[in-house]
Design a protein around this ligand. Sequence first.
Ligand code: ADP
Length: 575
Amino acid sequence: MHQSLTERWSRVSLRSKITGVTVLMLTLGLLVSGIGTMAMLRQYVIQQVDSQLQVDAQSASNSYSAAALGQGTTAVVSSDYYVALYDEHGHLKDHTWRDHPRDELPHVTGSLDLQTVMELDGRTMTLEDAAHDTEFLAVAVPLVISPQGTLGTLVMAVSLKPTENTMATYLTIFLGFGLGVVLVGALLTRLLVTSTFAPLREVERTAAAIADGDFSQRLGGATPNTEVGRLNRSLNTMLSRIDRLFKDRARTIDQMRRFVGDASHELRTPLVSVRGYAELYRMGALQSPEEIAQAMERIEKEAIRMGGLVEDLLELARLDETKPLALAPVDLMPLARDAALDAMASSPGRTITVITPIPAEFEDTVERPAIDLAHSTGEVPAASATGPKPAEKPPETSHPTNGSVSFAGATLARLRTRKPRKTDVPAPAPEAAPVSEPATVQAVVMAEENKIRQVITNLMGNALRFSPADSPVELEVAVDRRNQRASIAIIDHGEGIPPQIRDKIFQRFWRADTSRARETGGSGLGLAIVASIVASHNGTVQVVDTPGGGATFRVWFPLACSPSAPQRVTPATTP
Ligand code: ADP
C-alpha cells in the first residue's frame, strides 16, 4: 500500500506535484483560518447576547416586581425576547409570543420551582424548541409576582437563530472567497511553474536530441542568472567538451585507419617484389649466377626500404604517444656542423656550407664566420672560392658568409672527434659579447637533442635527394632575439616545391608524384616526422623557395630563455 502510494507519487510530474502541493497548502490554510475565525466569532457573539440577556432579564425582573407591588408600571420588554412567568412551584402563569406556534417556543425541561431557580443563581441556560430546530439562550431570575410579596420566577429567552444565520452567512461568504483564492492560487502556481519549467523542457528536448546522436545541439533561452541558466551554461560547456572529444576521437580513428591503410599499402609493394623473386627462384626461373645476384640485390633493396619504412612508422608511433620530452638546452650550431659532416660523408662532391649567426653589434666590424665543408678533391679551397653564397636572405640576426672558413674532407675525422668548444656548450645567449672577443650568437633552444638531430637529418636527406648530385646545400643557423627564437634552415638548389603542394608535403605518406620522388623511393613520412617533432617543441616549420631555384626548409624553436620554450621535465629520482 505504502509502496504503491510512493510509486504513484513518483510517477506524477514535478509541475503537477508543485501545483498540487501549493493548492493543498492554500486550501488547508484557508480552512483552518476560516473555521478558527468562525468558532471564535460565534463564541464572542454569544457572549455579547448572553450579557445583554442578563442585563435585560434583571431589569425586567425589577420592573415586574415593582409593578406587582404597585410601585410602578411594567416596563416594555423587546419582542425579541421570550418572557415567561412561573409561580413559586414552577407552574407557568403567563408568557409572551402567544402568536408563535407552541412547538417554536423555548421548551423548559425540568422543574423551575423557586428552590431550583435560587440554585441556578442567574446562570444562563440553553433551551431548545420542541422540534429541536432552534436554540435559545435563557436566564431565570426570581421576582415578586403579587402585592403580598409572593415570589415567582421570570424566564427570559432569546433565540440564537439570528446569530446562527450571521455565522452561516459569514461561512458562505468566506467559502466563496476561499474558493476564489484557491482557484486563482492554483492558476498562478501553474502559470509560474510552467513558465519556470519551460527552459527545463527545452533541456529535456535538447537532451533527447543529443541522445539521438545530434551532438551539435546546445541549450539556450534561460536567463543566465537563474538556476536553469547556470545549469544550461554548465551543460553547454560539458557538451562542447564531449563534442570536441568525440570529434578528436573520430579524427584519430580516421587518421589511424588511413595511416594503417597507407602503411599496409606501402609495405605491400616491396613484399610483393620479394615474394615475386622468391617464387621465380623456386620455379627455377633464375638460372645464371648473375640473375640470382640481381634478384638478391633487388630483395636486399626492398628489405632495406621496408626496414626504413618500419623505422619511420615506429618513430611516428612514438611521437604520437606524446611521451614527455627529455628537454635540455641544445645549441643548434654543433648540430648543424655535425649534419654537414654527415652529409659530406654520404655525398662526396657536394659543397655543404654552415652559416652561423653573429651578434648585431659586430655586424659591421667583424668578418662573418661560416664553415664550408667542401669535400671533393681533398684540397682546401680558397675562402672566396668555396661554396656558393647562400642564396636566401637570412633574418636580421643571421648573416651570410663573406669570409668563409673551409675544411677539406680530410678534416672531417678531426672535426668529428673534436672536443666541444666553449661556444658549443649550451648556455644562455649572452646579452652583449665582449668587444675584444667577438663570438657567434648562441642559438640555444630547449629541446631533446636527438629529436632535433632527427629533424635536421630528415631535411638534409630530402635536400640531398631532391637536388642534383653536384649542387650545393647550405645549413643556416639564425637567432631572432625579438621573437625569442632560433632557427636552422636547410637550403637546397634543386627542383623546389610548388606552392600548391607545400601544405600537403607534411602529411603522412604524401609524396609528389614526380619521377624523382618515385626514384628516391621515400615513404612520404620524413616531413610528417619533422612536423610532429617541431610541434612537440612548440616550434614551427616553413618551406619557401630558394632564390634562384630550390627549396628552403626553415625550422624555428623558442630560445631556451623564452617563456614559450617547452618546460624542462625533471627526471624522476630512482631510490
Ligand atoms: P619522402 O620519404 O618521400 O621524402 P617526405 O615526407 O620527406 O617523404 O617528403 C614528402 C615529399 O615532399 C617528397 O616526396 C617530395 O616530393 C617533397 N619534398 C620534400 N623535400 C623536398 C625538397 N628538398 N625538394 C623538393 N621536394 C621535396
